[in-house]
Design a protein around this ligand. Structure first.
Ligand code: COA
Length: 319
């Protein structure tokens, strides 16, 4: 059995901050941000929370699927920025959608979180443990970043995306995942719940990133893991209809396409509108291309995520 996507959904805050708005906060410019990242705007929470956006994205996925929420066996929310440690965001989503029979838990693997959650759901389905699984990626990155650090604050946005998987007969799903804790210092976010955090300046608790190290890691490891998955699946690059990559930076995606010698047109992007929403980028993009009518049953999709940890993961499946 494989998990087929029956429904997708997304939710982003209505408040938009464009690059010119960012230039009022830190020393930067629309031109610099566009050239180095491809980002034009990002959606930033006001009253919304991570689990609220997760719930709304999930409701839309469930609605599109036509599946009774009582049939959902499990809810997994990939997030590292929930407004509550417990109850977990997945239990909030369970409540919102009425998935009364589901088990629910959160998974934290930063920007790789959604692809790992998707892989986990596929493994449960393939093992025959569960039949219907809701997988969500949701983040409020604006609560984590140092709004005085122009090297990071311009890169991120808030939002959530969701997919509803249902077990069916089909071509096996192929996946891979890796981590490198030794290089973890390249991208860190301390917890505000550890001992002594109250004495620190707020800045210490914010995200720290070595941008160039993360950039180099991504352009090397993403093509590698895509090739690893293709080899496992005995498939070729040409077989893939779309590469749905984590939306961190346009130049990273262009470099991956170039390394794989694959047409950039097969790499849909929406980072100009939402920036990097961490675990939410892949499901928001999936929802967008699905609702645009770009996807047909039988097409082959490659998902790939990468980020803090360092972590990276990929999944090849048929739509
Ligand atoms: N506006 C204007 N100038 C900026 C700036 C900004 N927002 N951010 C940094 N700069 C400056 C730097 O201070 C530096 O100035 P200097 O030469 O006087 O020291 C200059 O621009 C170049 O900085 P550098 O860090 O070398 O730029 P870069 O080309 O590596 O681009 C990133 C920076 C962050 C856009 C890029 O490294 C990147 O995208 N990395 C990956 C990050 C990522 O995706 N993280 C999440 C992964 S999940």
């Amino acid at each position: 059995m494989v998990g087929k996507i029956y429904g997708t959904g997304s939710c982003v805050p209505s408040r938009v901050m464009d690059n010119n708005d960012m230039a009022k906060i830190v020393e930067t410019s629309d031109e610099w941000i566009r050239e180095r990242t491809g980002i034009e705007r990002r959606h930033i929470i006001e009253d919304e929370t991570t689990s609220y956006m997760a719930g709304q994205a999930a409701l839309r996925a469930v609605e599109q699927s036509g599946i009774d929420p009582a049939e959902i066996d499990m809810v997994i929310v990939a997030t590292s920025s929930s407004e509550t440690i417990f109850p977990c965001a997945a239990c909030e989503v369970q409540k919102t959608v009425g998935a009364v029979h589901a088990a629910a838990y959160d998974l934290n693997a930063a920007c790789t979180g959604f692809v790992l959650a998707f892989n986990s759901a596929q493994a449960y389905i393939s093992a025959g443990i569960y039949r219907t699984i809701l997988v969500v990626g949701a983040e409020s990155m604006s609560n984590m970043i140092d709004w005085t650090d122009r090297g990071t604050c311009i890169l991120f946005g808030d939002g959530a995306g969701a997919v509803l998987l249902r077990a069916e007969e089909g071509t096996p799903v192929c996946m891979a995942a890796h981590s490198d804790g030794i290089k973890g210092e390249a991208l860190t976010q301390l917890s505000r719940h550890r001992k002594g955090w109250e004495q620190e300046e707020n800045k210490e608790s914010c995200m720290h990133m070595d941008g160039q190290a993360v950039f180099k890691f991504a352009v090397r490891k993403v093509p590698e893991i895509i090739e690893e998955v293709l080899e496992k699946a005995d498939a070729k690059l040409e077989d893939i209809d779309y590469f749905v990559l984590h939306q961190a930076n346009r130049r990273i995606i262009e470099a991956v396409a170039k390394r794989l010698k694959t047409d950039l047109a097969k790499f849909p992007m929406n980072l100009e509108e939402y920036a990097n929403t961490s675990a939410a980028t892949v499901p928001i993009l999936l929802d967008e291309i699905n609702r645009k009518g770009m996807l047909q049953r039988g097409q082959k999709l490659m998902l790939a995520g990468f980020g803090a940890g360092l972590t990276w993961a990929a999944c090849l499946f048929e739509w």
